[in-house]
Write a protein that binds this ligand. Structure first.
Ligand code: TXA
Ligand code: MG
Length: 523
């Protein structure tokens, strides 16, 4: 959207201001200081801001959003010292603020009397957050007041992650939208109540329970129980009792391994529907579709979800089928929003077996961990399975013999010869991998499907390269530091340090595994 003057482009009474222009941030701040409403970008979602200390201004937020007035707002600050001006943080609250501010964490504390009842929804507590967005911080500082800001959507609709989303909901109802581009995180902040003895997570977000446990200890933080929300006369977090984030279209969330959810959606989707599916499967659909990011890219899933809902509504689809991300870590926030957007009855869970893929670099101790983890369940050592398959007369060896006749002795493929053939020949190595990965995955899934009553752990060094991760319900990374790995490889395989280093250099990085797996085990 190009315009030299926001005013001349949008002729209605809500201004579209550009955060790249300092003067326009000042204009927005002046609106706030004089009691007006301004939508501001944050790292999570756009917020609908007003002076948190003015009951009258805050009342206008509820009006503009059509929000029930018992649902309290978050007070945004730009200075650590302001925490104690508006709230009474205890040690837990202070430790969390120290660790995660500025950032996507809203901390509930007892409120100071200067916070009007309407801001805190009549509660004696208040949620406070210092956002990690330079524009939000500058705006709050410039306005010189703490800023109450719920997400800048019409109540019940998906939260806005672009200025245009706010415009669609709020045009004509507020003074201005400050356009700061797309929000990086895409789902709202984690809300944590610190007023009891332990930190209780009321709403999952980008700051995960594990991250908080690193600061407060395992016992120091817990999730709110569903029972507490339903039974409690005065719910802990009033916002949680309302249906949220819903597009007009019906949301059908499907949980399971990416391959299973893909198959389900493919079999059920009609021309009138849309799909929000992982990149790996996007090409398989002819209907309206949106790329959800790679199946393991949790940051991307969070970033895409709300804008995908809005985009699908613009396309006018009847239903949106969504491949549900694996529900661990950061994905808990995305899945929480997805579940609230889907009507209760519209969630399909295809998970009947646990299929856990375990990955790690050479020498990380992956096999040891695999044995520990699998305990009563079945463990498949994928390297061993491959070695056994190579020795047998099967589809794989026959195809290999055809593709690599130079690696055959008496018409049978020989492992050592194969290694010589592909050594220093990229193209041949890729061909070898394509053939072997295909057959190994097929063989593993044959075993899994023949034993539907069993759970499986897959010790899989090439979990991602082979595509096996697409069949898993959970991915575990085993990680050790580089020196430890090298030491273990030398000891186990009797090779030189140089050879060990070379082997590691050919493998995917520990950072990749840490970022994209559901659980990380340091070994
Ligand atoms: O990321 C975010 O948190 C965004 C951006 C704009 O900062 N804001 C946001 O605000 O999502 P809102 O109002 O849409 O959600 C605030 C949630 C609601 O579920 C509300 O019930 C809860 O926080 N909350 C606020 N104050 C509370 C309090 N004192 N006690 C319990 N829950 C509270
Ligand atoms: Mg909201």
């Amino acid at each position: 959207m190009k315009s030299t003057s926001a005013v001349s482009f949008f002729r209605m009474n809500t201004l579209m201001l550009k955060a790249t222009n300092k003067d326009e941030i000042k204009t927005a701040a002046a609106f706030l200081a004089s009691g007006g409403l301004v939508a501001m970008p944050t790292e999570t979602v756009y917020g609908l801001a007003a002076n948190a200390l003015s009951a009258e201004s805050v009342a206008n937020i509820y009006k503009a959003k059509g929000r029930p007035s018992d649902n309290p707002l978050i007070v945004h600050i730009a200075d650590m010292n302001d925490f104690e001006k508006y709230g009474k943080p205890n040690d837990i609250a202070k430790e969390l603020a120290e660790a995660f501010w500025p950032g996507p964490l809203t901390i509930i504390v007892d409120k100071m009397p200067c916070i009007p009842d309407i801001t805190s929804g009549g509660l004696g507590t208040v949620g406070i957050r210092m956002p990690a967005h330079p524009v939000a911080l500058e705006l709050i500082r410039e306005a010189g007041v703490p800023v109450a800001a719920p997400s800048a959507n019409t109540s019940g609709k998906p939260s806005p992650t672009e200025a245009i989303h706010v415009w669609d909901d709020m045009n004509g109802k507020i003074e201005a939208v400050l356009d700061g581009g797309s929000c990086d995180i895409g789902v709202e902040s984690t809300v944590v109540d610190t007023t009891g003895g332990v930190a209780v997570i009321l709403r999952p977000g980008a700051v995960t329970i594990d991250m908080m446990a690193d600061v407060l200890g395992e016992e120091g933080v817990m999730r709110v129980s569903k029972a507490a929300i339903v039974k409690d006369e005065a719910p802990k977090s009033p916002g949680m009792k309302y249906r949220h984030y819903a597009p007009k279209a019906r949301v059908e969330m499907v949980s399971g391994s990416p391959v299973d959810t893909y198959n389900y959606i493919k079999n059920n989707v009609t021309e009138k529907d849309g799909v929000l599916v992982f990149s790996e499967f996007l090409g398989e659909f002819g209907c309206e579709k949106i790329d959800f990011g790679k199946s393991y890219d949790k940051d991307m899933h969070a970033r895409v979800l709300f804008s995908a809902f809005r985009e699908m509504d613009k396309k006018g689809v009847e239903r949106i089928f969504v491949q549900c991300p694996r529900e661990y870590g950061k994905a808990l926030a995305t899945v929480n929003r997805l579940r609230k957007a889907a009507n209760e009855g519209m969630a399909t869970d295809l998970r009947t077996q646990k299929i856990v893929g375990i990955v790690g670099r050479s020498g990380s101790g992956k096999s040891y961990v695999s044995q520990k983890l699998s305990e009563k369940d079945r463990l498949i050592d994928c390297d061993k399975l491959y070695a056994d398959m190579l020795k047998s007369d099967c589809e794989m060896t026959r195809e290999l013999a055809q593709s690599f006749p130079e690696s055959c002795i008496n018409g049978r493929i020989v492992k050592a010869e194969l290694a010589k053939t592909v050594f220093n020949d990229r193209e041949k190595l890729e061909k070898l991998n394509a053939i072997t990965h295909h057959h190994i995955v097929k063989e593993i899934m044959r075993i899994v499907h023949e034993n539907p009553q069993d759970n499986f752990y897959l010790d899989a060094p090439t979990l991602f390269e082979s595509g096996l991760h697409l069949y898993c319900t959970k991915l575990v990374a085993v990680v050790a530091d580089e020196e430890t790995c090298i030491e273990r490889i030398i000891k186990r395989d009797g090779i030189t340090e140089e050879q060990a280093k070379k082997r590691l250099a050919n493998q995917m990085s520990a950072d990749f595994f840490k970022k994209y797996c559901d659980q990380v085990i340091y070994n």
